[in-house]
Design a protein around this ligand. Structure first.
Ligand code: ADP
Length: 397
């Protein structure tokens, strides 16, 4: 177990800045996922921690030791990669114990550690099998056991589940969580799959273009994203974004208005351009809710249903905001479109005119120019579309 600290770590490859001024403080025993799109610098960050590459600037500590210039073998880390790379002609026991045998551990100690690791990853009884007699998931467990026997302070895992099929991936997620609990060790885990990060981590570090965007517990990233990038990356399907302008009584978009008092957000001024974000589960069909005029909801918005995606447990409904229906799904653009999630028993069809409302307590506002978050929820900021608070005096009247 150990704390891992990155202090202003930058890694440049000629003119590419793979990692830019990264500061991370990963606590002892924490499970942190590094997530972000391909090329955002996840693997490079991990490689600087592992010692496979040296940062151009900055320092890295594992525990109290400055490991920035130490070779990988002296850092107390064990890595598990996407490519499992087991030795094909060695059985499971030989694969797991390979590193220990190389370091001349005595046989008794090796046997003890292999048995323990095999127990943790549930490979007991399979120690004499060769890799080709194992499933993909079992092979990945051998690779993890090989890391466990080294008794590392920190596990570094770079997309270890990426080559497994979807069902096995979900199963292995729970196995890794169990493993983390059992070993009580620090795990840093790279993935481009936000669902994997959401389900497993204590905290998620979201990266974009080599820069750390946010590091927080999964639900904080989901409910209070620091910027539009994190808002769009965390959550599947993605948050809807609609461009708008700040007016005296809220935000006006091409198709609807959201009422609140902009004075409630000190950095906001009338005329500012903002992106309004709302998740598909926070868009409601008026016919399906008890009180569509409840104060925390927006006014009704006329939309036309476009494509439906029945998922079994919910239906995703693409809604067209535009009056003329030229922006259909074929455009693939999100402008003029809103995705709504409804329960599977909802009677709804494509090409139907319906009314929807948005939950104002779940509306996020982002500065259009910088992407920075300005507000998470506007329902408590009184204005049009909400009941004025008791005793409140209307201004300008
Ligand atoms: P990720 O793991 O998020 O997909 P990487 O850390 O692999 O991203 O890469 C970040 C950026 O650094 C990319 O633009 C990639 O092309 C670049 N990069 C990574 N490794 C090298 C290298 N050895 N030489 C040059 N550029 C590299």
């Amino acid at each position: 177990m150990a704390r891992v600290t990155l202090d202003h770590v930058t890694k440049r490859y000629e003119d590419v800045v793979a990692v830019n001024d990264m500061n991370l403080d990963i606590k002892d025993g924490e499970f942190v996922c590094l997530v972000g799109p391909s090329g955002c610098g996840k693997s490079t960050t991990m490689e600087t921690i592992a010692g496979l590459t040296k940062p151009t600037e900055g320092t890295i500590h594992i525990g109290d030791t400055d490991v920035t210039r130490l070779p990988p073998k002296d850092r107390g880390v064990a890595m598990v990669f996407q490519n499992i790379a087991l030795f094909p002609h060695m059985d499971v026991y030989e694969n797991i114990s390979f590193g220990l045998r190389l370091r001349n551990y005595d046989k008794e100690e090796i046997d003890r550690r292999v048995d323990e690791a095999a127990d943790v990853v549930q490979l007991e009884g399979m120690l004499d099998r060769e890799p080709n007699e194992l499933s993909g998931g079992q092979q990945q467990r051998v690779a993890i056991a090989r890391a466990i026997v080294r008794n590392p302070d920190v596990f570094l895992m770079d997309e270890p589940l990426a080559n497994l099929d979807a069902k096995l991936r979900v199963h292995m997620r729970t196995e890794l969580q169990r493993l983390h609990k059992e070993l009580d060790t620090t795990i840093i885990y790279v993935t481009h799959d936000q669902a994997e990060a959401m389900t497993m981590s204590d905290r998620i570090a979201v990266l974009n273009a080599g820069e750390l965007q946010q590091i927080d517990p999964p639900l904080v990233c989901y409910n209070e994203p620091t910027n539009r990038f994190v808002a769009g990356f965390i959550g599947s399907p993605s948050m809807n974004f609609v461009e708008g302008n700040v007016v005296e009584n809220g935000v006006e978009t091409d198709n609807f208005e959201v009422g609140f008092d902009p004075a409630g957000i000190p950095s906001l001024a009338v005329g500012d351009q903002v992106s309004l974000g709302i998740r598909p589960e926070d868009v409601y069909l008026v016919d399906q809710i008890e009180d569509p005029d409840a104060p925390h909801l927006t006014d009704r918005i006329d939309v036309r249903t476009d494509v439906l995606e029945p998922m079994g447990d919910e239906i995703f409904v693409y809604l067209l905001l535009e009056e003329d229906q030229e922006t259909s799904m074929e455009d693939q653009g999100m402008a003029g479109q809103l995705l709504m999630s409804v329960t599977p028993d909802t009677e709804i069809e494509g090409d139907e005119d319906v009314d929807v409302v948005l939950d104002r307590s779940k509306i996020h506002l982002f500065d259009t120019a910088t992407g920075e978050a300005l507000a998470h929820g506007v329902a408590d900021l009184t204005g049009i579309g909400s009941e004025p608070a008791a005793g409140e005096v209307e201004s300008d009247s």
